[in-house]
Design a protein around this ligand. Structure first.
Ligand SMILES: [Zn+2]
Length: 223
């Protein structure tokens, strides 16, 4: 395991720490969700089907971009690599991403139930400023609309890859894709950007749910 002292931003430190935070946020309960961080050209990936708040540093998988395992958890732990791995790699290949987060946030599921369309529009909210436009390579202004695509769920996480890839191409500005009745994938140029955006998306979705359930139109005073 290549981990030096005081390397607080090493994925072996960050992934367990972030998973604990995401568990408390309700994003990765029931062993759902996942996270991957790119570091020194290698891909660090959380294990699958485990209590996300109890992941240890040695439980992280490390592979290269071709899928070759470089470091794996101790055999006796019987861990498997995240089921989301093909999607993480798809994002790394298509976007300038340094980290990808997959949440099973209830806000995303509620919103996808309330919104039968294949995209969601976020507008008029201050927190839009924390969302990155991948196409323009800058953060959104609060008077711009953010369009987030929704894809349909599949039986297995890996079966989402084809639709996910097509959707990445169709929405070059988007830094997130929602999976109906399931959760969302969010990415950023590094783990901080991915985490910040995940928080901003979740916040905005919470407001959109409030707006939809109370039939409230958001005012246009930012325009
Ligand atoms: Zn999932």
């Amino acid at each position: 395991m290549s981990l030096k002292n005081n390397e607080n931003e090493h994925p072996r430190i960050l992934i367990p720490e972030l998973c604990k935070q995401f568990y408390i946020s309700g994003w990765v309960t029931g062993t759902g969700g996942g996270i991957s961080i790119k570091y020194n050209g290698h891909i660090y990936i959380a294990p699958s089907g485990v209590q996300k708040e109890r992941i240890q540093s040695e439980d992280i998988f490390v592979q290269d971009m071709n899928g070759i395992d470089l470091e794996v958890p101790p055999k006796e732990k019987l861990l498997n690599k995240s089921q989301c791995t093909p999607i993480f790699i798809c994002v790394y290949n298509e976007r300038n991403a340094g980290a990808v987060i997959h949440t099973h946030s209830p806000e995303v599921v509620k919103l996808s139930l309330l919104n039968p369309e294949n995209e969601v529009r976020i507008k008029g909210l201050e927190m839009i400023k924390g969302i990155f436009n991948d196409e323009l390579d800058r953060f959104y202004n609060n008077d711009e609309d953010v369009i987030v695509p929704i894809i349909e769920n599949s039986k297995f996480e890996r079966d989402l890859v084809h639709t996910f890839h097509k959707t990445l191409k169709k929405y070059p500005a988007s830094s997130a894709i929602l999976v109906r009745n399931h959760g969302m994938y969010v990415w950023g140029k590094d783990w901080k950007s991915a985490k910040t955006q995940c928080e901003c998306y979740d916040y905005c979705f919470n407001i959109l749910i409030f707006q939809k359930t109370h039939l409230i139109q958001i005012s246009e005073h930012n325009k």
